[in-house]
Design a protein around this ligand. Sequence first.
Ligand SMILES: Cc1ncc(COP(=O)(O)O)c(C=O)c1O
Length: 419
Amino acid sequence: MEDSKNKNLEEFYLNSGFATRALHAGEHVGQPQHVAHSGAIYQTSTFVFQDAAEGAAIFAKEQPGYVYTRLGNPTVRLLEAKINALEGGDFKRANPDVGVYTQAFASGMGAIAAALMAVAGAGDTIIMGDVVYGATTHLADNVLKRMGIQVVEVDTSDLAKLEVVLAAHPHAKALYLETPTNPLLACTDLAVASAMAKAVNPGMLVMVDNTFATPFLQRPLEHGADVVLHSTTKYINGHGTTVGGLVTTIDEAYKNAVFTVLADVGASPSPFDCFLINQGLKTLPLRMKQHCSNAMAVALFLEAHPKVERVFYPGLESSPHRAVARKQMSDFGGMVSFELRGGVEAGRTLMDNIELFTLAVSLGCVDSLIQHPASMTHACVPREKRLAGGVTDGLVRASVGVEDEEDLLLALDKGLALV
Ligand SMILES: Cc1ncc(COP(=O)(O)O)c(C=O)c1O
């Protein structure tokens, strides 16, 4: 049936004018017959309806189908389905009656902004970790504030402090945190923090930015969180080729609110980017194992180096966050931050001279990156506030890649010798 329709179309286009042929010939040939082995790229802004009745039914949600890529697209859907299975697979097995929903976004910040705008409005309060990615703090201090949303900050890894803040704001709409945090790698006990939030207010959504851990190492839904956020720009894509974000939740009403923000604000991802992210995800477990083992080696090397003052890595025996990380993560991740004894100048010399570690922001790429939070990723946070949270002027952050371990240690050794 489809074949004969396509044959007729081909003949029709052969007999039409050049401009018509340029536009229409081949466009619909064979579409329903072929199933691509590798998720196909539906690089299209809109979708064809078989007839007007079908279009109306899809619009009315009486029938499944795609309408317009801002609202949904099969390549984007593939990514969302894969994340549902990775973030929510084990959770769903234990809770078969609870749905897991993921919405993809054009960037991590698009996802975070939509996630917060979907839960709070003028007059509402959100409790947020005091050290999170710089742009998230900037979003809270600027956009959300202008919208009339109050953001109360607290070190969520300090459960006693968190308890006090929760008790003072029982009507807060959400508790938003990162674990491990960017850039200090502090870890919050998700099970305890979630239980504390729910005890104060069962309706408070617990939202976790899981970018540093990825679902391979940590799945917040299994520890009581309601919402998981990602910048797919990082480990999920893994190759530094796209910018993207995700919101995953088990709350159906909230999922609908997030979709409404996405549809109305238009922070939708490109199908081509989602194709690349899907390709990256296929090797997430392989990459993460190598990131973790290399990062542990780098952290141990730095901790033993006479020019290094302090190392932040939750896998170190000396880390105050090791116990919490061990409890909820299967390994400690690929990010290592450190301070040199020579302060800012020493850090600058290292970043300007080190081999293999490319001087660039972002993280989670297969190759190693190095950057200076105070003047780069967290430069948009006022200095006083940044220092109060422990992000010093001398802090250096490394995203440890999957190169050979000995080459990374040699690069650090040579770089530190110049300091
Ligand atoms: C922990 C964390 N969350 C969110 C973001 C924002 O993601 P994006 O740059 O994709 O908007 C970043 C970016 O560095 C990040 O490190």
